[in-house]
Design a protein around this ligand. Structure first.
Ligand SMILES: [Zn+2]
Length: 271
């Protein structure tokens, strides 16, 4: 077992640190504007409780985690592929290159060991690491994406159609699905829309652990899940998804695995 990992129903979930850095200038806005619905009192509280998400100039400092889900006698699943190479589509706003491949080798795995890549959504900080130099990085993996997400991308959403999704499709590695799918007895994909139209999450043992992509972006949204994010495609749907998912986790004394929070795992408990 890896020291930072969580084990739920025999399934090991390992956080893979891709990067850390402030929100880059191209997307940066004042925090109250970035998170509509947040109050000055909340920001004051968070500065005391979670100083690690504030840079010296007050900018939002994000972590970038991908997650490995290891099913005994089952598939090795990678959830998201991070920022990717130096010339990543994410390079305009995020610290590149991402360190995912190094983190993966730190747990004894090569890219060829991944059986399934689940792309929670096609934003550049989640999908860019799937392709380097036009070539798929995880050459043995089926890459699962929601049909709604692909349609949105083709209609001008996201930013990774030519750089990431097309090369995956050309290599026969892209598998679009509609709605939920079971990946093993205790691991499933669920559609969790709002941040993007076809955003999906990975659910372990009926919400005892959820790898939740960008459902919860910032500690502000743990304090008040109705707080939205300026770059949500549908903020109302995103808030509804967030409130529902957190409630389900709370009922199970669950664990949230989130890419951008200061800690990769957050207990969501009834107490
Ligand atoms: Zn993100």
């Amino acid at each position: 077992m890896h020291e930072d990992s969580q084990i739920v129903s025999g399934v090991e979930v390992v956080p893979l640190h891709d990067a850390i850095g402030p929100m880059g200038p191209s997307l940066r806005r004042p925090l109250p504007e970035t998170f509509p619905g947040s109050t000055p009192a909340l920001w004051e509280r968070l500065r005391a409780e979670a100083p690690e998400v504030f840079g010296p100039d007050g900018a939002w400092v994000l972590r970038f985690y991908c997650f490995l889900v290891r099913v005994p006698q089952g598939p090795t699943i990678l959830v998201d592929t991070g920022l990717g190479p130096e010339d990543s589509p994410a390079s305009s706003w995020a610290p590149v290159p991402g360190g995912l491949i190094g983190a993966l080798s730190g747990v004894g795995l090569a890219p060829s060991d991944i059986d399934i890549v689940v792309l929670t959504h096609v934003h550049s900080d989640h999908a860019s690491g799937a392709v380097a130099g036009g070539v798929p990085v995880f050459g043995n993996a089926r890459h699962v994406l929601q049909r709604d997400e692909l349609d949105w991308l083709r209609n001008g959403g996201g930013a990774v159609l030519d750089e990431v999704v097309q090369p995956l499709q050309d290599a026969g590695l892209l598998d679009t699905i509609t709605g939920g799918e079971r990946l093993s007895d205790s691991v499933a994909i669920a559609l969790t829309p709002g941040h993007t139209p076809g955003h999906q999450s990975v659910i372990v043992d009926d919400h005892r652990l959820v790898v939740a992509g960008d459902i919860v972006m910032h500690p502000a949204q743990l304090a008040d899940p109705s707080i939205t994010y300026i770059y949500d495609e549908d903020p109302v749907a995103a808030a509804a998804t967030r409130i529902d998912l957190l409630a389900r986790m709370r009922d199970r004394d669950g664990i949230l695995a989130a890419p951008h929070l200061p800690q990769p795992f957050v207990p969501i408990t009834r107490a």
